[in-house]
Design a protein around this ligand. Structure first.
Ligand code: DQA
Length: 141
């Protein structure tokens, strides 16, 4: 089984960026641990700070044999109708993920442009949010 994780803007700075909110572990090190938990699952990873590159990756992944996409669209979550449209356009299920509990933060983060077109939403469990999303996609099979 293949699962793709897509991280959006500023998530390349995990471990460095606002550690009080996002923790002190970098994503690559977390990813190694996550892959270790699911040896039978091929977990592909893509990160971009660019909206169009995220859309291209959704298109590339969204019609093939990938079982699911775990998407942390970062701040594009709150602004991007284009990413919402891309999720609607593809057939692969997408789980929206956030490291922080966006609903406990500033009001501007309470609204997601993409939640309504995603299979589900996981937020607030730190990096473990990604594992919970992978688990949900495996159980959905
Ligand atoms: C985030 C929450 C967003 O509001 C923020 O813009 C991010 C990260 C999270 O994982 O908690 O970049 O998606």
């Amino acid at each position: 089984m293949n699962i793709t994780i897509i991280n959006g803007p500023n998530l390349n700075l995990l471990g460095v960026r606002e550690p009080g909110i996002y923790g002190s572990e970098g994503f690559e090190s977390y990813l190694t641990r996550l892959r270790g938990l699911y040896p039978d699952v091929t977990i592909e990873y893509f990160q971009s700070n660019h909206e169009g590159a995220i859309i291209d990756k959704l298109h590339e992944t969204g019609f093939g044999d990938t079982a699911g996409i775990v998407l942390n669209a970062g701040a594009y979550t709150h602004t991007s109708l284009a990413i919402a449209d891309a999720i609607s356009a593809i057939s692969t299920p997408v789980v929206e993920v956030h490291i922080s509990n966006v609903h406990a933060r500033e009001e501007i983060r309470h609204h997601s442009m993409i939640s309504g077109v995603c299979r589900g939403v996981i937020a607030g469990f730190g990096l473990d949010s990604y594992r919970l999303a992978v688990e949900a996609l495996i159980r959905k099979q």
